[in-house]
Every structure is written in structure tokens, then in C-alpha cells.
Design a protein around this ligand. Structure first.
Ligand code: ANZ
Ligand code: ZN
Length: 840
């Protein structure tokens, strides 16, 4: 045995062994109970960062623990490999996106292997492999056949320089984020997934996800945005073109007598009809459409309107006419694109009415006698009782809503209506590096699905990125094909799928990988749902919602039975690090720093003073990234893994520090030293045995609760106890137990020490120790001895010792005798197994 644990040699030895024995390959046919542990697969950007290391270490601990518990474990890894960065690299460095991506994958795979993760590499996949995306095309067509895919014209943000569609988040102050060119609105035919058909199910399903963080469920709930209310028509007092009424959606029908205007969106057909022969209205509409497009920008923009001069007739009073405005705060794609404004009880309406001098009436109050209380400063959005509302007066808000809906339904001018904020998912991207949408456009037959036997539709290799835009658009040869229906010349769809489609089903493909179809449902059902999914909270909405939708949709159109794909979800915190800045404001990397004469931090290159910045998420721009590779080299993979788990609760941020990684390394060495101690098979140590059982219980519970830092704390305690214990057979066997308990976190150390001590087989696959509940408490109790309420001594005594015996022993203690100085105590209180208090 070497004095120090040689991490490099151990890593090589055991990683090779796990590889050659296929230790972590999952067998779908196994009779053992199954456990599916999955971390969100990485984008192959080039290098693994500490955030990945933390994420994958957590999953790895759970996977290794489950395997030792007797489960057949599926713990796979792959690459979310399509997307813009590869195309950007192609444009900037003239490399093919595929070459760039596969190089990155090779580098990152090697990095992950160095960390000794218990992954089933035989199931590795990359979404940019035709092997993967061909099956995705088949799924697209299955959804298409089921009516869950459709094509529609929709308005997009168009960057005229990069010649691409931009997401709302990529439009900054009306300009493209990359090109800086003013963004245009353009109508394009795009492909959509009908996720809104599943709005109610996706909302309902959240209720069953009791192993998801509440905050993520709430975010999804808000994103789906269910609103229960009513839809009804206002008749107009004059026609505009063909339009003679406005349909509005409201969640507050109870406020109908408080309305003082009607407003429609700039894109509303009524607004468009008015603008036809009204240049003023047309100019206003143009102005509104130049404003920001995101919901947040619309919320915060100053409320503005154009009074069309039309009147809307109040449904409960033919004499009452409300002015009709075109307004910038009404969105076309929510509800009906039109509202009635109630300034007393809606803040946007309040701001609008204040600006345009419209009446502000109270129609809801805390009680009937507060009916005349003015609305001041802001709208009163609280529910209460209806006031100033004719037949509704005195009804509480819920009753008044129901009453208005009942009357409208009876009089046939409106009905109860539920709307959702969730929109259908636009999956078309005008990009090269994505899954080609398997559709053929025929002039006579329209869009036709590519016949299944022609899948995959493979991306052409010979593309150039010299000109902005989608290379597929310029590739006439690739586009040219024949119509599967009539056989005449036709053209391939050149849009590719949003990369979120790739990540919405990869966990199914991991579970089952036949060559002739996307998955075998019977096999996938063996594994799904994923028992524990771990990843960043930045995916709380889109990725997780899309994956939930796809799993649900596929559970309808195939034999898959996993409407909820992820039974457990855990979102881990970030890895952070101190930042450093030069006085002239440049971020400095830690390796650029030195220590000045007075011990202060300086810039090594020029000796100039350096300011310590805040602790922030590791990022290239702030230059506070710590690369895992040199850390593995210096301290070993186990120390890096150990530190990733030890310092913070996993849901919180973890600050990388030299001290932390060095501490982890010291611990590894301490365990190694214990493991090397010769066995002496004599003597029992009951106390240490109790500590063993306590540690087994604590580490098991902590891993199952994903409280890795607590598992680590329990192991520190056990190691300290072993170090202190006298030599005994118990101590020898506790060291064996210890190796099992650290195996999920420090697997190379555990294997090496296990082998050194003559352990059989791999520790990775041998059974996790179980604890005996009867042995969790010691036979001995530690009794606290106080004099006049102050702690003076402690003693160990057999549990259940009679009171007078405990009292006698306490009084006999040297320290207590010294306190009493020969005087007899006035009173002695004994709490069995806990405490003796002597009143002197
Ligand atoms: C009258 C009213 C009175 C409203 C009141 C609110 C308060 P949520 O809950 O988010 O669904 N609204 C409807 N369609 C809109 C659109 N396309 N653009 C902007 N606003 C729209 O919001 C529903 C409420 O938002 C609806 O109820 C409507 O205003 C407004 F005291 O109608 B309400
Ligand atoms: Zn045709």
C-alpha cells in the first residue's frame, strides 16, 4: 500500500474495469426492480464546466446508491447537439457545424469519463445523429397523423441581416441581438404543435407531481395561465366594414356596470377595418406595432389609445353606449383581442381612463355601505360585494359573476368561457443545424408527409455559411424531390425543428433504442417515468413543459404509458466563485493574480492593485471559471466529486474554493489511511457499532432525500469516530462498512480500498449495508451533571440504571465533590438517562 492515495492510478484502473465489465449497462430484461436516474443532457459547447460536474455527481451518487440497493439502474448520457452555437462557429471559423459538434462531444465525453460517472455509455446518443433525428421525424409524422401538428401563417420577428426569425427574447430594443438591425414583422407559414389541446391535462397533471419543487409547479401553472370567465358580444352602433360587434373576454363579469370603454388590439379585425379609410387610425396602429413585442414591454409601456368614434351598446342597457378605442395594452393573441375597461377595478384600465378622462366608478366594495368610497391613486382589485350595479347590488363577487353569466346565457349574448395563456408551440426554425421537418410541398397536393420508408430526411453536408440565412433555402438540389402523392416534382420543407423538440423525448429513446422505430413501448414502459430527474431551474418552464406535452401526446398515439415523464424532479443550485477586477475595470482570472509586498492581491503582470468582486455564477465573461480538468489532475476525481456535494445543500449555490477542494482531498487521504490499517480481529466496541448503524441510517436517508451534504456530514462523523476508536474487530468491520457508504461519492477510492482489504468483487455492485434499528441507540447513556443549573461534568452510565444509583455515581464525581466542598446537597433531581441537577 502506498502512503498517499494515488488517485490517477486508481481512476485508470477502476474506470477500465467498469468499462470492460460493462458494470453500468442497464438490462431492460432484468427481473430486478428498475430505477431510472437522469440528469439533463448537456449541450456540447466544448467543455464540461463545474455546473455540469455538480449536476452529474448528484445523479451519479443516487444511481450508484440505487444499484447497491439492488435496483437495475438506468443512468444514461447523451448530447443535446443541435442549435445555433454550431452555426455561429461555422460562420465565424468556417468549420462545418457537424465537425465542430462532434469534436466537442469527443472532448466532453472524455471529461465525463475522467470523473468516473456510473453511466451506461452503450446508450449514448446525440440528437444530431440521423439515427436519432430520423426517429424524431417519425414521431413528428405520428403527431401529424393524429392532428397534433398543423401549419399556419403567423407573424414573426424577422432579422433582415441575419435573415432569420428571432424569438421575442432575441429582440432587444427593437433590434436583432446579433446583427443589431431593426427587426421587421413578417408573416410566415410555420409549423405548430397543438400543445393547447393539452392545457387542462398539463395543468391537472401538476397535482400528481408531488416530488417536484413547488416553485417549478407554480411556474408551469402560471405559464399555462388558466383564466375562468366569460365571453360576450357588444353590438356596435355603426358598422366598420363588415364588423358590427366586438367580442370580449373577461374574468370579472361582476364589474360589468363599472365599464367605461371598450378597447381592441391593433391587430384586431375591427381596428384593421377602421384603418382602411382612416389614416389617423392607421398611423396609430403602425406606431403601436413598432413598440416592443414582449408581454413585459407591453405591461410597462404607457397606456395609449385611439378613439374610433364608434359606440358599443351595453348588453344590460340599450341606452348606454361605451366609446370604442384601439389600445396598445390589448394583446391580439389573448382571449378575443378585445376587452371592456373597468377603471375602478383594473390597474391598466385605471391608467388609461385617467389619461383619457373616462369615468371611474366603484362597482365593488368591502361592504354595501362603502359604495360611495372614491377610487383613488390606483384600482381596487379586491373582491367584495357588488355596488352601484343595479340588480347585482349586495351580491358577493362570486355570486355576481355567476349571475351575469346566467343572464347572458339566458339572453343569448354571452357564455362562460375558460382561456389559457399557453400558446400552440411554434416548432419551425429557419436554420440548418436542426432536424429537417419531414414534409414535401407539392404545388398541386399541398404539404405531404415524407413516406416512412424515406426517413430519415438527412441534412446535406455540402453547405456554406458565407451568406446569412438558412443554407437549406439555397440548396436547390437537396430540396428537389417528388410528391409522394402525385409523383410530380416537389420541394422539401426547409424549416428545421426547434431544438426543444429534440430534448422533449430523448429520455424515451434512452430507455429503448430499436433501430426500426423511435422506441419499443413495452420496453420504455419498463423504465418510465424517470424516477429522478436532475437539472437546472432555468428549464423549469419550457423544456419541462414541452417534455410533459410530448410524453402525454405519445402516450395517446402510441402504447407508451408515461403521461408524466419525470416522477421526481430536483433543481440544483449553481457553482459560484469569487470575481476579481483590475482598477480600470477588467475582469481578471485567478491565475492572473499574485500577492503584493504588503500581502494585498495584485495583478501579476504589472503589480497593480486588484479589487475583489462579488461571488458570482462561474461564467466566461466574468473570468471566474474553474476548469474541472486541472482539478481532477491535482486532487483526483473523488476529491472533486466529494467537494461538489459537501459544502452546501444541493438546491443552493456552491462556492468553489481552494480550501474546500483541499479539505475534500484531506478527507480522501484520511479514509485511505484507515483502509490501510492492518486487521486485528479481536475485541468488540459496542459504541463504535452504534455509530456504524447510525451512519448507515443517516447516509441512506440523506441520499434518498437528495440531501447530499448531510450524507457527507454523517460520513465525516463516522470517520472521526473510527479514527478515535481503539483497535478492535468492530473497528475493522466498521472500516469495511465505511467504504460501502462512501462508494457512491468517492467510487475510485472505495474500489481501491475495498480491493486492498481483500473485499470480493466490485464494491459498486455489492450490497449496500443495512442498519439494525435496534442498534441505533447505545446501551450507555451520556448523563449531564449540573450543579445549580450549570454544566459541571458528564458521565456514561448503563441505560435504565435506577435513580438512586445514578445520584450516587454523580455525587462521587471528582469535579462535583470539588464543587460541593464537603457540604451535603440540598436537593438532587435525576432525569433518567439524561441529566442530574444538584442544588447546593
Ligand atoms: C373586465 C375586467 C374588470 C377585467 C376588472 C379585469 C378586472 P387574466 O386574469 O390574466 O386572464 N383582458 C382580456 N383579454 C385581454 C387582452 N387580449 N389583452 C389585454 N387584456 C385582456 O386577465 C383577464 C382580464 O384581462 C380580463 O378581465 C380583461 O379585463 C383583460 F375589474 O375584463 B377584465
Ligand atoms: Zn402532388
Amino acid at each position: 500500500m502506498t502512503d498517499r492515495f494515488d488517485s490517477a492510478a486508481a481512476e485508470r484502473r477502476w474506470q477500465d474495469k467498469w468499462d470492460s465489465e460493462s458494470t453500468f449497462e442497464a438490462d431492460s430484461a432484468s427481473a430486478r426492480p428498475k430505477a431510472y436516474v437522469l440528469e439533463m443532457f448537456p449541450y456540447p459547447s466544448g467543455r464540461i464546466h463545474m455546473g455540469h460536474v455538480r449536476n452529474y455527481t448528484m445523479g451519479d451518487v443516487l444511481a450508484r446508491y440505487k444499484r447497491k440497493q439492488g435496483f437495475e439502474v438506468l443512468h444514461p448520457m447523451g448530447w443535446d447537439a443541435f442549435g445555433m452555437p454550431a452555426e455561429n462557429a461555422a460562420m465565424e471559423r468556417k468549420v462545418h457545424p457537424g465537425a465542430w459538434t462532434y469534436e466537442n462531444i469527443a472532448a466532453m465525453r472524455a471529461q465525463l469519463k475522467r470523473l468516473g460517472f456510473a453511466l451506461d455509455w452503450s446508450r449514448e446518443l446525440a440528437t444530431c445523429d440521423p439515427d436519432y433525428y430520423g426517429h424524431e421525424q417519425a414521431l413528428f409524422l405520428a403527431l401529424y397523423e393524429a392532428g397534433l401538428v398543423f401549419r399556419k401563417e403567423s407573424e414573426v420577428n424577422w432579422d433582415p441581416v441575419d435573415m432569420t426569425v428571432l424569438a421575442n427574447e432575441q429582440v432587444i430594443d427593437g433590434k436583432g441581438w446579433r446583427s443589431g438591425a431593426p427587426v421587421e414583422r413578417k408573416k410566415l407559414s410555420q409549423w405548430f404543435f397543438r400543445i393547447t389541446d393539452f392545457a387542462e391535462e398539463l395543468l391537472d397533471g401538476l397535482g400528481s407531481l408531488d416530488r417536484w419543487p413547488d416553485k417549478v409547479r407554480l411556474m408551469q401553472e402560471n405559464w399555462i395561465g388558466k383564466s375562468v370567465g366569460m365571453q360576450f358580444d357588444f353590438q356596435l352602433d355603426a358598422k366598420a366594414g363588415e364588423e358590427d360587434k366586438v367580442t370580449v373576454f373577461t374574468t370579472r363579469p361582476d364589474t360589468i356596470f363599472g365599464s367605461s370603454f371598450v378597447a381592441v388590439a391593433a391587430d384586431h379585425p375591427l381596428a384593421q377595418a377602421i384603418a382602411k379609410d382612416n389614416p389617423e387610425a392607421a398611423a396609430f396602429i403602425t406606431k403601436v406595432k413598432q413598440g416592443g413585442t414582449s408581454a413585459a414591454e407591453i405591461e410597462t409601456a404607457e397606456k395609449e389609445g385611439y378613439n374610433t368614434g364608434l359606440g358599443a351598446v351595453h348588453p344590460f342597457d340599450p341606452e348606454w353606449k361605451l366609446p370604442v378605442f384601439i389600445a396598445n395594452f390589448v394583446l391580439m393573441d389573448y382571449g378575443t383581442g378585445a376587452v371592456f375597461g373597468v377603471p375602478g377595478h383594473d390597474q391598466r384600465d385605471f391608467e388609461f381612463a385617467t389619461k383619457y378622462g373616462l369615468p371611474i366608478t366603484r362597482v365593488v366594495a368591502a361592504s354595501p355601505d362603502a359604495a360611495d368610497q372614491p377610487i383613488e391613486g390606483e384600482a381596487d382589485t379586491d373582491p367584495g360585494v357588488a355596488v352601484n350595479s343595479r340588480f347585482l347590488d349586495g351580491m358577493d363577487t362570486a355570486a355576481a359573476k355567476a349571475e351575469v353569466i346566467a343572464r347572458a346565457q339566458q339572453q343569448r349574448w354571452g357564455e362562460a368561457k375558460t382561456t389559457y395563456r399557453l400558446r400552440d408551440w411554434g416548432v419551425s426554425r429557419q436554420r440548418y443545424w436542426g432536424t429537417p421537418i419531414p414534409i414535401i410541398h407539392c404545388e398541386d397536393c399541398g404539404p405531404q408527409p415524407v413516406p416512412k420508408d424515406q426517413l430519415p430526411v438527412v441534412l446535406p453536408e455540402d453547405v456554406s455559411f458565407d451568406v446569412p440565412g438558412n443554407p437549406l433555402d439555397r440548396h436547390a438540389q437537396w430540396q428537389a424531390t417528388t410528391c409522394p402523392k402525385c409523383g410530380s416534382a416537389a420541394r422539401r420543407e426547409t424549416d428545421t425543428l426547434d431544438t426543444f423538440v429534440d430534448s422533449s423525448w430523448y429520455y424515451i429513446r434512452f430507455a429503448s433504442q430499436p433501430t426500426d422505430k423511435p422506441f419499443d413501448a413495452a420496453e420504455a414502459n419498463q423504465w418510465l417515468p424517470v424516477g429522478q430527474y436532475i437539472g437546472g431551474v432555468e428549464h423549469a418552464i419550457l423544456h419541462l413543459l414541452y417534455a410533459r406535452f410530448i410524453a402525454r401526446a405519445l402516450s395517446k398515439v402510441t402504447d407508451l404509458e408515461a403521461p408524466e415523464p419525470f416522477a421526481g424532479l430536483f433543481t440544483q443550485g449553481m457553482v459560484t466563485h469569487e470575481t476579481y477586477k483590475s482598477l480600470d475595470g477588467r475582469w481578471l482570472a485567478p491565475e492572473e493574480l499574485g500577492v503584493g509586498e504588503d500581502g494585498a492581491l495584485v495583478e501579476r503582470a504589472n503589480g497593480a492593485e486588484v479589487a475583489r468582486g462579488r461571488v458570482e455564477k462561474m461564467s466566461k465573461s466574468k473570468r471566474n471559471v474553474v476548469d474541472p480538468d486541472p482539478m481532477i489532475e491535482r486532487y483526483g476525481a473523488d476529491a472533486v466529486r466529494w467537494f461538489m456535494l459537501s459544502d452546501s445543500p444541493p438546491e443552493r449555490d456552491l462556492e468553489w474554493s481552494e480550501g474546500g477542494i483541499e479539505g475534500a482531498n484531506r478527507f480522501v487521504q484520511r479514509v485511505w489511511k484507515l483502509a490501510g490499517a492492518p486487521r486485528r480481529a479481536t475485541g468488540e466496541d459496542k459504541d463504535l457499532d452504534v455509530k456504524r448503524h447510525q451512519a448507515i441510517a443517516a447516509v441512506s436517508a440523506a441520499i434518498e432525500g437528495l440531501q447530499f451534504n448531510k450524507a457527507i456530514a454523517a460520513l465525516y462523523e463516522l470517520v472521526a469516530a473510527v479514527e478515535k476508536a481503539r483497535e478492535s474487530a468492530t473497528r475493522d468491520s466498521v472500516i469495511d462498512t465505511l467504504l460501502h457508504l462512501i462508494a457512491p461519492m468517492a467510487p475510485h477510492l472505495a474500489e481501491e480500498a475495498h480491493a486492498l482489504r481483500g473485499g470480493e468483487g466490485l464494491i459498486a455492485t455489492s450490497v449496500w449495508p443495512s442498519h439494525d434499528p435496534a442498534k441505533l441507540v447505545s446501551d450507555e447513556a451520556i448523563i449531564v451533571v449540573q450543579v445549580n443549573g450549570k454544566l459541571r461534568d458528564k458521565m456514561s452510565i448503563a441505560r435504565g440504571t435506577p435513580k438512586d444509583e445514578v445520584e450516587a455515581q454523580a455525587l462521587a464525581l471528582d469535579k462535583i465533590q470539588a464543587q460541593l466542598q464537603g457540604a451535603a446537597p440540598r436537593k438532587v433531581i435525576v432525569v433518567p438517562d439524561r441529566l442530574v441537577n444538584i442544588v447546593a
